[in-house]
Write a protein that binds this ligand. Structure first.
Ligand SMILES: NC(=O)C1=CN([C@@H]2O[C@H](COP(=O)(O)OP(=O)(O)OC[C@H]3O[C@@H](n4cnc5c(N)ncnc54)[C@H](OP(=O)(O)O)[C@@H]3O)[C@@H](O)[C@H]2O)C=CC1
Ligand SMILES: CC(=O)N[C@@H](CCC(=O)OP(=O)(O)O)C(=O)O
Length: 311
């Protein structure tokens, strides 16, 4: 079986890393458009309708345009890396650990989760589902990302000599990732999201601080950690790490690509406070790795094929 895959936006940051992960895999015939044809609507329409699976690595508007170009009769299935369809009806959220591998496998329209929401949802959604922490709590998310998270434009800014040592942003408190965090964690309130970016190419740390002592039932950090361990038990991609002896987490300036995600639950001495932390690669489980994981499932393959996971 060879599945024809068209990567629209293959020259971009996410697209390039998807193509890298598919190289040398005989299960796929990967198609891309070069040069002028990359943005030629007629060429894209033809490629989108000829492919069995189209992976969209485009800005939101171009993704919507691409989906509209697909004739339903063509039967092309779609994986969209953009934020255009993450809470849209008829789309499956491509987070197999949360949504179910079978659901992703059967889907025709899959939206990749956002990079920051991948960390937030892995930490919070299982705990809310288990009733360990409340759905009506006012959650906050503090996060730091490598600059490849902003695609070619931010890479150019950071690599042209004008990079700040640290940049906090999204002070309008209307970041595009907020709706999917609320929706897919099943929360009653919008989260307060405080992202930042540093001069490391890739990687991110996403943190949810919790006043456990103020929550109903006073859950403990140990209960939270055990609940996450049970939820992700057996996952080849997401691991709940032992936090003991870890005094700091760092983003390496030149980290190697990784499609894994590590979760930590830190608790203070007297109980009452916890810091839930996810460490992932924005271009791995946060984007390209997640797209390839969904693609594998949609093709009935081992979900980890082609992924960059620790041995
Ligand atoms: N970077 C990341 O870590 C993550 C990115 N994403 C999402 O993935 C998507 C792609 O992001 P990213 O790869 O970072 O962005 P880039 O800007 O690096 O790449 C986008 C690519 O799309 C091309 N493009 C733009 N408009 C069109 C069009 N109309 N037709 C065809 N090609 C077009 C661009 O062309 P050109 O080369 O000429 O600019 C570019 O090559 C975005 O929606 C982003 O939000 C999601 C999670 C993480
Ligand atoms: C560092 C940086 O700028 N990050 C981007 C998020 C990454 C991205 O492109 O977002 P999606 O996951 O939604 O596609 C931002 O905050 O807008």
């Amino acid at each position: 079986m060879t599945v024809s895959v068209f990567v629209d936006g293959a020259a971009g940051t996410t697209g390039l890393e998807i193509v890298e992960r598919l190289q040398g895999r005989p299960e796929f015939a990967v198609h891309m458009l070069d040069g002028e044809r990359r943005k030629d609507p007629a060429a894209r329409r033809e490629a989108l309708n000829e492919a069995e699976i189209a992976i969209l690595c485009l800005p939101d508007d171009a993704s919507r345009e691409a989906v509209a170009m697909i004739d339903p009769a063509a039967g092309t299935r779609v994986i969209d890396a953009s934020s255009a369809h993450r809470t849209a009806p008829g789309w499956t959220y491509g987070f197999p650990e949360l949504i179910g591998r079978e659901t992703v496998a059967a889907a025709t329209r899959v939206s990749n989760p956002g990079c920051y929401p991948t960390g937030f949802l892995a930490l919070v959604a299982p705990l809310v589902r288990a009733g360990v922490i409340p759905a009506d709590w006012p959650y906050t998310v503090n996060a730091v990302s490598g600059y490849s998270g902003g695609g070619k434009a931010l890479i150019e800014q950071f690599e042209s000599g004008g990079a700040p040592a640290f940049r906090a942003y999204a002070y309008a408190m209307a970041h595009k990732h907020q709706p999917e965090m609320k929706a897919h964690a099943g929360l009653e309130h919008d989260v307060i999201f405080a992202p930042s970016v540093v001069p490391a190419y890739r990687g991110m740390i996403v943190e949810v601080p919790l006043h456990l002592g103020a929550m109903p039932g006073n859950p403990t950090a140990d209960v939270l950690r055990d609940t996450l361990r049970r939820f992700f038990d057996g996952s080849p991609v997401v691991s709940v790490r032992d936090e003991s002896g870890i005094g700091e987490l760092v983003l390496e300036e030149n980290a190697a690509p990784s499609d894994a995600m590590d979760l930590f639950v830190f608790g203070n001495e007297g109980g009452g406070h916890a810091r839930l932390v996810a460490r992932l690669d924005n271009l791995g489980k946060g984007a390209s790795g997640a797209a390839v994981q969904s693609l594998n499932l949609m093709c009935g393959l081992d979900q980890t094929a082609g992924l960059r996971l620790p041995a």
